[in-house]
Write a protein that binds this ligand. Sequence first.
Ligand SMILES: C[S@@+](CC[C@H](N)C(=O)[O-])C[C@H]1O[C@@H](n2cnc3c(N)ncnc32)[C@H](O)[C@@H]1O
Length: 224
Amino acid sequence: MSPLRIIPTGDGSHSLLNEELQETYHSVHGAIRESAHVFIDHGLKHFVNQFPEKKDVRILEIGFGTGLNVLLTLQQSRTISFTIRMESWEKFPLPPGIIAGLNHGDQLDQAEAWKQIHEAPWGFETNLSSTFSIFKRKGDVVSDTITGVFDVIYYDAFAPSKQPELWSREVLSKVIAQLNPGGVWVSYCARGQVKRDLASIGLKVETLPGPPGKKEMTRAIRAV
Ligand SMILES: C[S@@+](CC[C@H](N)C(=O)[O-])C[C@H]1O[C@@H](n2cnc3c(N)ncnc32)[C@H](O)[C@@H]1O
């Protein structure tokens, strides 16, 4: 039997509970609210405000999951004047039956875009609009090689208490090696050890107010 169960969250949007791990894919206080706050507002928008002259922004996501962050990023790309190329890694793509039960596309009034994201093949870059492309990469961030350079990294792995291997200094360092100077690493996680590791890798670490239900989150910037 699948360990995955669709659950409602505080803003009406769905998330998933992995019953084996006893871990949710998003905050139970609001999946859309959390993703928009952490990854869009404090990640993508922050980078764009710092580098308004940039024409092309490359985003790396660790943990495609439901595709909610991809949908929010695609939605955001319609309001800005540059091109976004996003690559999202996932070790365990969700079964279509689970995706079909999620309400993110309807909640955001983006049902067509939601469908396109999930129909996009794994392993290829797919243009979803003239200013947004997605490369869904099936792979293991811990053991596989990551190539390419990125301006923004959405670090959306499960919590360090559930998947410590994704938060080791070694793996963080490997992922951050792909970040451009001036680039932004952003996560909902505010654990002290993670912040110390990010600082020891050479990033400037900021602790920011978290989304509803979470006191803090982390943003880290690579020096120009
Ligand atoms: C918190 S969820 C991501 C939520 C997602 N960003 C969204 O918008 O729904 C963490 C994701 O990381 C994936 N994952 C776990 N281990 C991984 C690994 N070693 N490499 C890549 N992805 C992994 C999980 O399967 C899960 O989908």
